[in-house]
Structure formats: structure tokens, C-alpha cells
Design a protein around this ligand. Structure first.
Ligand code: ADP
Ligand code: ASP
Ligand code: MG
Length: 408
């Protein structure tokens, strides 16, 4: 008997019919003789709807209260799925984050899981129940409700799989697996049979929202095998696992994009020790993650500093930067929210040269201007104007031979 964790995303539980369909899938995993824990997301666009309600009340909703609000989406779907299972004769019960003590820190809206009460879960499983756990939510040490950041149910599922040493964590979604690019914008995209934790980590953190980045970090750390697959079609999806020999031979395995960042430039900053720390310390203290940073060569002891932050934190970051910019006598603070980051990811880049120049040539041929560049051993990212995102993804995908009919 295996222990399987199954996570169903928003579209998979988007309405009552779909919830009933999920219940049938869960029942058949149970009938195959497995122990099953299900983790659910909120129905469809429910989290967006709740966030809009908060914004209708105030521009900057209280973060603690906002987490109380948006965690309700998963409470609804977990109870409905437990009901659907019971009506199919499956012994099931719903459980919320605080009931099983998914203990997190207090970073509201993007909390990190610290601990899970696995004994409680094992006890319930021993009673022969299918557990339906509300994803995306936890509780901090003062018993405040927290949420794990957008897409956080993936992380709930993988963290539970890690805590219970489950045999597999299945992520059911609206696509058939992990593709060489988002199949919804790149019709040529090809499904991968398997991908390494490292590559998936890069792809997720560079915008491939099919898995939340933290879920992949957990999976890598605790060696949890993940199977990303479709809720609506049968057949194997993509296995996320340890790197193996044949993965190395592929130079580029995927193209990703991220439209959720904004760019801030501080001009004419004094080029002297301590300035970068003055600018970035308040931002990091506000729990804002800075992604790319570029500093120009200085002329006359002055330089320009450009960096990117998540769109969600943009307003807060601007307020903080404005204060520091005045303190350090910078000339101006410029903002650009119409940007996108397009990236290529691949293990093989470690041992192949010429990949970066090919990216630049391909984008130049389409008249796409590159505003910022960053590279690591296994990725190259370019910030471009957001209106060119889809075009850039398609031409890079084509240029690196990732399409359906290509031999890799
Ligand atoms: P869920 O609600 O099931 O969590 P998400 O919307 O969070 O689903 O993630 C699935 C979506 O991820 C797909 O519909 C697809 O548009 C997007 N996506 C982006 N990049 C990729 C990729 N490389 N492979 C598969 N899906 C991708
Ligand atoms: N419902 C949450 C969201 O929309 C969590 C999730 O779907 O994973 O971000
Ligand atoms: Mg998701």
C-alpha cells in the first residue's frame, strides 16, 4: 500500500461538477488500495475575487486580515470535496491548516512552512480516512492564520508529502504536464517526460507558474518525487526528480516568462561604499524580494541603479526607495511596470558556449530591445517590454529547437 498525496488546482475544482469528477479520481486511488491525502486550491478564480473585495475596501488592506479572508477559498473547496467523497461512500474528512498545525512564520501573504504535525495526520490515516486538506494556508506561532503566496497549495502538498515521506506527490492541473514553454502561449510546446529539480526550480522561479517555486525547493530538499499531470485527461505527465545522465545532454529544456515584475531605477546615486546597503536594507526588511540588480559604470562619482521587484510589492518598494533616494541625494526615481522577463533554462548550458549570444541575436532579429540581462550556470534572463513577451517566447522556443517535431 502506497501513500499518495494528490493536489488539485483551482481549475480542477472550479465548479461542483468538477469537484465530483475529482472525487471519482480520489475514490479510484483509494480503491487501488492506497492511503490518500488530498490537498485542494480554492475554486477557480476565488482567490482573485476575494483579493478584489479587500481592495474595494481599502488600497492597502491589513495583511493579517487579508490572509483570514483569502484562506476561506480553500475552506470551501475542501469541505465540498469531502462531502462529494462521502456521498460516493468514501470515508473522508476535511482539515484546515490550523487543525493539523501547518506551522508557518508570520510573513502574511507569503508565509513559509516551518513544521507540520505529521502525528495527527498519521492518526487520521490509520482510521482509514481520506483526508482533504485546505491548501495555501497555515498558522503562525500566535495562532494567526497565514497564507503561503499565490500558487501556495503546491507547497502545502509537497510539504505534507515530505513530512509523511509519501511515495509520490501528484499535482493535478489543467495541462498535461510540464512543457518546454507555457502551452497556452506557445502552441509548439512539447511535454517533458521528466525534469530535474534544479531545472524545475529555475523554471518555476522564472515564471512557469505550473509549480510554485517553494514547492520545488521542498521537493529537492526532501527528495519528494512529483508527478505533474492533468485532472481532465488520463496518461502520464511529467516527473520532477533527481538529475540523471540524459538530462545533461539537452542544452536548453525550457523557455519561461514572468510578467509579474516591475523595474525601479534610481538615477545619479553617489558611487560610494554603503549606498547600495542604504537602498536595499529597508526593502529587504519589508520582506520584499529584489530580483535583478544592475549598476551602471559611474561618471563623475555618480551612477544609476536599476532593479526589479514583484508587482505586488511595487507600491511599497517605491515608497521606501523614495525616502532613501532623498536621504542619499539621488536625482530621480523612475518606475516601469510594463516589463516582462523572458528566460531560457537548461542543464546543458553549463557545458555549452554561445547560448547567450544566440538569445541576443534572436531577440534583435525581431526588433526586441533588451533592458536588463542576468545569467546563472543554467539560465539566461532578459527583461524586455511586456508587449513582446509572447513573441519572444515563441522565437526563442523555435531557435533552440524545442518544438513538437524536433529531435533533441
Ligand atoms: P493550478 O490552478 O492547477 O494550480 P496554475 O494555473 O497555477 O494551475 O498552473 C498551470 C498553468 O501553468 C498552465 O495552465 C499553464 O498556462 C502555466 N504554465 C506556465 N509555464 C508552463 C510550462 N512550462 N508547462 C506547463 N504549464 C505552464
Ligand atoms: N488559491 C491560491 C491561489 O490562487 C492558492 C493556489 O491556488 O495554489 O493562489
Ligand atoms: Mg497553481
Amino acid at each position: 500500500m502506497a501513500l499518495i498525496i494528490q493536489k488539485y488546482g483551482g481549475t480542477s475544482v472550479g465548479n461542483v461538477e468538477k469537484i465530483k469528477n475529482v472525487a471519482c479520481r480520489v475514490r479510484s486511488a483509494r480503491q487501488d488500495g492506497n492511503d490518500v491525502i488530498v490537498v485542494v486550491s480554492a475554486m477557480g478564480e476565488e482567490t482573485d475575487r476575494l483579493l478584489d473585495l479587500a481592495r474595494d475596501i481599502t488600497d492597502q488592506p491589513d495583511e493579517k486580515e487579508q490572509d483570514v479572508l483569502i484562506s476561506t477559498g480553500e475552506q470551501v473547496s475542501s469541505s465540498l470535496l469531502a462531502m462529494a467523497l462521502k456521498s460516493l461512500g468514501v470515508n473522508a474528512r476535511s482539515l484546515l491548516g490550523h487543525q493539523i498545525k501547518i506551522q508557518t512564520d508570520s510573513a502574511f501573504g507569503k508565509a513559509r512552512i516551518l513544521k507540520i504535525d505529521s502525528k495527527r495526520l498519521l492518526r487520521e490515516l490509520k482510521d482509514g480516512k481520506v483526508l482533504v486538506i485546505a491548501g495555501f494556508q497555515g498558522v503562525d506561532e500566535k495562532d494567526n492564520i497565514t497564507t503561503l503566496g499565490r500558487g501556495g497549495s503546491d507547497t502545502s502538498a509537497v510539504a505534507i508529502a515530505a513530512a509523511l515521506k509519501a511515495d509520490i506527490c501528484e499535482i493535478y492541473t489543467d495541462v498535461e504536464g510540464i512543457f518546454t514553454a507555457d502551452p497556452n502561449i506557445c502552441p509548439d510546446a512539447r511535454k517533458l517526460n521528466k525534469i530535474s529539480y534544479e531545472e524545475m526550480l529555475e523554471m518555476a522561479s522564472l515564471g512557469a507558474k505550473v509549480l510554485q517555486t517553494r514547492s520545488v525547493q521542498f521537493a529537492k530538499k526532501y527528495q519528494v518525487p512529483i508527478h505533474v499531470r492533468s485532472t481532465f485527461k488520463n496518461g502520464t505527465g511529467t516527473i520532477v526528480t533527481k538529475e540523471d545522465q540524459d538530462m545533461e545532454s539537452v542544452i536548453v529544456s525550457g523557455v519561461t516568462y514572468d510578467k509579474d515584475e516591475a523595474k525601479i531605477t534610481v538615477t545619479k546615486v553617489p558611487d560610494m561604499p554603503g549606498i547600495a546597503s542604504k537602498l536595499f536594507t529597508p526593502i529587504s526588511e519589508a520582506n520584499i524580494v529584489v530580483d535583478m540588480i544592475i549598476q551602471n559604470v559611474s561618471t563623475d562619482g555618480l551612477t544609476d541603479l536599476t532593479f526589479t521587484v514583484p508587482q505586488a510589492d511595487f507600491k511599497k518598494a517605491m515608497e521606501l526607495v523614495m525616502v532613501t533616494a532623498r536621504e542619499i541625494n539621488a536625482r530621480d526615481v523612475l518606475a516601469d511596470t510594463n516589463i516582462a522577463k523572458v528566460s531560457i533554462v537548461g542543464m546543458g548550458m553549463r557545458s555549452h558556449s554561445g547560448v547567450a549570444s544566440k538569445v541576443f541575436t534572436v531577440l534583435a532579429r525581431e526588433g526586441i530591445n533588451i533592458m536588463m540581462i542576468s545569467t546563472s550556470e543554467i539560465k539566461i534572463s532578459c527583461v524586455i517590454e511586456s508587449k513582446y513577451t509572447e513573441l519572444a517566447v515563441r522565437v526563442l522556443h523555435e531557435a533552440f529547437g524545442l518544438g513538437e517535431n524536433k529531435e533533441l
